[in-house]
Ligand binder design. Structure first.
Ligand SMILES: [Zn+2]
Length: 348
């Protein structure tokens, strides 16, 4: 098995005032993603100390939901007139609708193709109310949009769904929504995953993602399987509360039937239920694809990643500090093996 799970353990030594200045040795695990080599530190000594920062303040959540309701552009009373429409070559209806989901162009785009799917009529929903149904509907609307993009621009190969929930995840609007982005230029994560997966295939003659499943299926990081999707915590998580899913069969979102998105929505629902029980209010996720319309099945697989962010609670500390923002090092405050054990019961 060519996958190597490499970590180097070091210790920070200090005399801690919390234990009458006794000597304390805190383990720092430097871990390396087996595909990309990306570095991360797992600093388990901090988890109990920072756990409170992940928890949200119920009153603050309720206050911001109320304050933003009146002028919310995504609430049913304003959605039709306050949100953009697609040009007619994308859809004559101006928007894509699937179940409760309504998808339209982002008012100020982040990417050449950038749509926003509003997930609900409700202005505020707790994390566990977002999935599976509402996220599934948004996936369906997003796929209809991506098929139209491909019809008008065959060079637009790269696409991803992206969820940002609640302000500390980077979301400027409270009302539940997610993005769909696409371009002929892959964004950084996809460029890295695709490039490395291809190299791995040429070096080993096998698909990295299927090898990873073989490697992790019986490990302490395996969380569960839902139909053809495998859920696990990554060996080298770039953030706390990070969970991945890998589709065993598909490498291109556009090869998937609507039913094939259900396991992703269902698994995401389970993770969000866990987050809510942990009192998290902010998270990010992505569902990404190999190049649309190209056969990358030899070396790639569709995947989903979700991670928890610091909670919505005064004084609103950001969990992205210099280590990630400038030094580009990942950091997880909890070992992925511990996280997987807690998550497992949501998948049984
Ligand atoms: Zn709203």
């Amino acid at each position: 098995m060519p996958i190597k799970l490499r970590k180097e353990v070091r210790f920070a030594e200090l005399l801690t005032p919390l234990k009458d200045y006794a000597t304390e040795k805190q383990p720092i695990e430097h871990r390396y993603d087996p595909l990309t080599g990306r570095e991360t530190v797992v600093t388990v000594g901090r988890f109990q100390y920072v756990k409170k920062n992940f928890e949200s303040d119920k009153q603050a959540v309720s206050d911001v939901a109320e304050h933003t309701r009146e002028n919310c552009p995504f609430c049913p009373a304003r959605l039709e007139r306050s949100t953009p429409k697609f040009p007619p070559n994308i859809t004559a209806e101006g928007k894509f609708v699937a179940g409760e989901s309504v998808l339209f162009p982002s008012l100020f785009a982040h990417m050449d193709y950038n749509a926003v799917a509003v997930l609900s009529r409700e202005h505020y929903l707790a994390p566990k109310e977002l999935a599976p149904e509402r996220v599934y509907d948004a996936f369906r609307a997003g796929i209809a949009y991506l098929r139209r993009i491909r019809a008008v621009n065959s060079q637009a190969l790269y696409a991803s769904f992206m969820g940002n929930y609640f302000p500390l995840s980077g979301s400027s609007i409270i009302h539940p929504h997610m993005h769909v982005i696409a371009s002929d230029l892959p964004f950084q994560l996809l460029r890295e995953l695709l490039g490395r997966s291809k190299e791995y295939y040429s070096e080993n003659g096998s698909n990295y993602w299927l090898d990873l499943i073989d490697e992790e299926q019986n490990s302490e990081r395996h969380v569960g399987n839902i139909q053809e999707t495998v859920w696990l915590t990554p060996f080298a998580p770039s953030n706390t509360y990070e969970v991945w899913a890998i589709d065993k069969r598909h490498s291109d979102l556009l090869d998937m039937g609507e039913e094939d998105f259900k396991p992703f929505a269902e698994g995401l629902g389970k993770v969000l239920s866990f987050y809510q029980d942990e009192q998290l209010s902010c998270f990010n996720f992505t569902l990404y694809s190999g190049p649309m319309g190209e056969d990358s099945s030899s070396h790639f697989r569709v995947g989903l990643r979700v991670l928890g962010r610091f909670g919505y609670k005064p004084p609103y500390v950001s969990d992205i500090w210099g280590l990630q923002a400038i030094l580009m090092e990942g950091e997880s405050y909890e070992a992925p093996e511990e996280l997987a054990q807690k998550l497992k019961k949501y998948f049984t």
